[in-house]
Design a protein around this ligand. Structure first.
Ligand SMILES: [Zn+2]
Length: 437
């Protein structure tokens, strides 16, 4: 890595790249000074060379001033502000030269694989993917009781590059809920000694309590509301798939029989492992799919399949294929995903047996979407099984994730309201939904 003192060209470039309007640091000197007065910039350059030789970075370049920025209109309490740190412009120029050299060095020597490493390298986005990876790491570290050091999480210019409202209602919530650093009563108690109890039920209120544990919130239907938001999203995607499949040309009679390949003399057998079309989903087997979803109105289990009082979230079946899918959705705290899966699987065991005795093939799918938006494998596995793939799969997973996260964010914002009435359309329903058949 280049270790000579900053060059004039580098300084010029750093100043040129900076926005003239960016906020000045504590000393109040804006970029504009250095942009328009190159004589002054030369003086700064000389200072930088001295600092470099002496190997001391002046304090004024290192110290940042904190500024509080309101997150919403008419913010009054401190929790409605976020703080940002502003370095003096001189420090910013100095450090940007070092950052520039460092990333050039890393890229040139292939120490960074830009197909994986995204954040921090100019021209490569990828913040959410990073959060996801870190999330997985945290989970496995917790499970295996290992120590975990996260050394790099950078939202480069996050505040400037996306709509603020979106950033703060979504990304901020996502990150802060992932690291459990939201101002939950329990955290506030830890930080500033506030009352740690839940405003609704007066038990100790961790984030987990507020998002999935509170008995009062449960009885008020808050968690059911969130569950239905995610379910509606899943049902809509399945309904599209169902309609599309039913409109396809009739199923070829040999659809599911083993295909025999005949070879002409001299012809090579097809190589194994060659990628062919994606595996057809189970819906491909028929064109008469029906669907019921337990959204909007009470689901009554189709009596031709089995007699039961159970109400799975989604029943998707085909009379001609004698195939029925039972889908049960849970929106749990992410640590409880496995447990939720096992519990739901058990619940439908008897119903499945009964339907099988009547000649149905039954597939029970407990699917989970974590309340902070992390979609469990069980969900992607189910979507793949019924034929989602590629972009369609990714889009559906993303929508599910957003539905869960957005609803949890809403529950979080309403944590201090003792009442839980009808949620307004704008805030509540993601899309009009209902019961499909
Ligand atoms: Zn509570």
């Amino acid at each position: 890595m280049e270790d000579c003192a900053p060059k004039w060209k580098e300084i010029e470039q750093a100043v040129k790249k900076a926005r003239a309007s960016s906020s000045p640091g504590p000393n109040g000197v804006p970029y504009r000074v250095y942009k328009s007065a190159s004589g002054v910039l030369r003086i700064l350059w000389k200072l930088m060379k001295v600092a470099w030789e002496k190997q001391v970075v002046p304090r004024a370049w290192r110290r940042a001033g904190g500024v509080f920025i309101p997150k919403e209109k008419d913010s009054t309490s401190i929790s409605q502000f976020r703080s940002i740190s502003l370095l003096n412009v001189e420090g910013k120029i100095f450090f940007s030269i070092i950052a520039q050299r460092l990333s050039a060095y890393l890229l040139k020597n292939c120490f960074i694989d830009t197909s994986i490493q995204k954040a921090g390298i100019p021209g490569f986005p990828g913040c959410l993917e990073h959060i996801n990876v870190i999330w997985q790491q945290i989970q496995s570290a917790k499970k295996e009781r290992k120590e975990l050091h996260v050394t790099f999480l950078d939202l480069a210019n996050a505040y400037g590059s996306v709509p603020h409202e979106l950033l703060w209602s979504r990304i901020s919530f996502l990150i802060r809920s992932t690291y459990d650093v939201l101002p939950s009563p329990q955290n506030l108690n830890l930080w500033v000694g506030e009352d740690p109890s839940c405003p609704l039920c007066s038990s100790p209120a961790t984030l987990r309590h507020i998002l999935t544990g509170c008995k009062v919130a449960l009885s008020q239907g808050r968690f059911t509301w969130r569950h239905d938001q995610v379910l509606r999203c899943l049902a809509l995607a399945l309904e599209d798939k169902r309609n599309m499949t039913n409109k396809l040309p009739p199923v070829p009679s040999k659809h599911y029989t083993q295909k025999t390949t005949f070879l002409r003399p001299g012809e090579q057998p097809p190589r194994k492992g060659v990628k062919t079309n994606p595996r057809p989903g189970q819906l491909e087997a028929a064109r008469d799919w029906n669907m019921l979803a337990d959204v909007g109105q009470r689901l009554i289990f189709p009596p031709e399949i089995a007699t039961t009082n159970l109400r799975p979230d989604i029943v998707l079946w085909s009379g001609s294929a004698r195939l029925v899918h039972l889908v049960e959705l849970t929106v749990p705290w992410e640590d409880a995903v496995d447990e939720a899966y096992e519990r739901k699987k058990l619940r439908y065991a008897q119903l499945a047996t009964e339907a099988e005795q009547r000649g149905w093939r039954v597939r029970v799918y407990p699917v989970e979407v974590g309340c902070r938006g992390f979609v469990a494998h069980s969900t992607t596995r189910f979507l793949r099984d019924v034929g989602f793939s590629g972009q369609e799969l990714r889009r559906t997973v993303k929508n599910l994730s957003e539905a869960a996260e957005r609803s949890s964010n809403w529950l979080w914002l309403r944590r201090k309201d003792s009442g839980w009435g009808q949620v307004s359309n704008e805030e509540g329903a993601l899309t009009p939904g209902g019961c499909y058949r």
